[in-house]
Ligand binder design. Structure first.
Ligand code: GH3
Ligand code: MG
Ligand code: MG
Length: 396
């Protein structure tokens, strides 16, 4: 059998398998649109190889098959780029892509039908594909710059290399005219070696990105409290580790606060569990609005919350919590009568000489216990009697 047929059949089957794998990933990984776009792209890529296979078998139908394979390969690379842009939430610019893709197809068709130099048609298609790979790589670059979801480092470099390869191939294609010259032979061999490798790489990295995005989403779900949408104990403890390490490394102060709503059971009993839930959400929002972006805030469970305030000494931590305490009734608003809601706080400073977070949290918890014992609605600093015992009634 003709070796070209064997190679093309292998490429057609591989693209089809990637198309099926991406379609399955689309179905099982939450039906993300970019997964569907990538599945379509590899379906079209498989169609391109099938057309090339037909081209080898039926040399008499050369021109229509060439034109069709131009259309499928251009559409396939455009869909890959659209998928990458959509994945990171960039505007798809579909109109622009259709305009550039359509113009490339028209020019390539003109070159195939009317120009004596077939190299122009080849170069146009290869340049378009290279452009789409650059668009895809730029999307990953934007993601690496602007978000925590940066799983695409290797994919970025792979796409960039593939784009550079296609750019070089396009320049080489411009120098080809007949299929007999030496430049064409070189172009063809490089195309056969590089294009399948690159496409296979794109398919593999697309699958990897879908899996990595899913893993990231699962990590976020596992670290998040569903009721208040803030960190849960596990998420908080993980996120606090680097802050604690930094504080100990540079000897900077770090405050740990434990907050507990007072007589919350009574709120549930009097107003119902639904209102209790709403109060918890309001409290989380209220605290979230009072702290800085660099502060960490989580729910330990029930009506108990925890904060880590980096670069904050005890007086500053107490000041922030005092603002939270005093503004609580207004924040909870219409949910429960303002007299019925208050919170107690325990504040502890991390010992930068080697305290573990758990130890600081334990001391903050003891301080909280003292706040409760002393009448609630107050802030207590660990290892120190009441520092800011300002019951609301007295303050008013
Ligand atoms: P104290 O002032 O001593 O802290 O009293 P308390 O009533 O706040 O504390 P206690 O530990 O006796 O009760 C906590 C209540 O919080 C009991 C539980 O039903 C309620 N609770 C725990 N988790 C949730 C929740 O997710 N939603 C609601 N609505 N209530 C919750
Ligand atoms: Mg309580
Ligand atoms: Mg409690």
């Amino acid at each position: 059998m003709n070796p070209a047929v064997i190679i093309l059949f292998g490429l057609m089957a591989t693209s089809l398998l990637l198309c099926i794998a991406l379609a399955v990933a689309w179905r099982t990984f939450g039906r993300e649109r970019h997964a569907a776009l990538w599945a379509f792209a590899f379906g079209l890529s498989s169609a391109t190889w099938t057309l090339n296979l037909l081209d080898v078998w039926t040399p008499q139908a050369d021109t229509p098959i060439t034109l069709l394979s131009v259309i499928t390969s251009i559409s396939s690379f455009a869909l890959i780029a659209l998928g990458f842009r959509r994945r990171v939430g960039l505007p798809e610019r579909r109109d622009l892509m259709i305009a550039i893709g359509g113009a490339t197809i028209l020019f390539a068709a003109w070159a195939v039908l009317y120009s004596s130099n077939a190299g122009i048609a080849r170069a146009l298609v290869v340049f378009f594909c290279s452009g789409m790979l650059i668009v895809s790589a730029r999307s990953l670059h934007a993601e690496r710059q602007g978000s925590q979801r940066a799983s695409g480092g290797a994919a970025f470099w792979m796409l960039t290399l593939f784009a550079a390869f296609m750019l070089g191939l396009g320049i080489l294609a411009l120098c080809t005219s007949t299929t007999n010259d030496l430049t064409y032979q070189l172009y063809h061999q490089l195309l056969l070696m590089g294009l399948p490798t690159g496409l296979f790489g794109v398919g593999l990295f697309a699958m990897f990105l879908l899996a990595a995005d899913l893993a990231e989403a699962m990590r976020q779900v596992a670290a998040c409290d569903p009721l208040t949408a803030i960190l849960n104990r596990r998420g908080f403890e993980q996120a606090a580790l680097p802050l604690v390490a930094q504080s100990q490394r540079y000897g900077r102060p770090l405050a740990v606060v434990i907050a507990d709503l007072d007589r919350f059971k009574t709120i549930n009993d009097r107003f119902g569990h639904g209102v209790g839930d709403a109060v918890l959400q309001c409290f989380a929002e209220h605290v979230g609005g009072a702290i800085r972006q660099c502060d960490l805030f989580g729910r330990l469970g029930g009506e108990e919350f925890v904060l880590v305030l980096p670069d904050t000494d005890a007086a500053e931590a107490i000041e922030v919590m005092e603002r939270v305490r005093q503004g609580l009734a207004a924040a909870v608003g219409d949910l429960v009568p303002s007299a019925g809601i208050s919170a107690s706080f325990g504040v502890a400073m991390l010992d930068v000489r080697g305290d573990a977070l758990a130890e600081a949290m334990q001391r903050a918890d003891h301080a909280l216990y003292r706040s409760k014992m002393d009448g609630r609605d107050r802030i207590t600093l660990a290892d120190d009697p009441v520092v800011a015992a300002v019951p609301r009634k007295a303050a008013a």
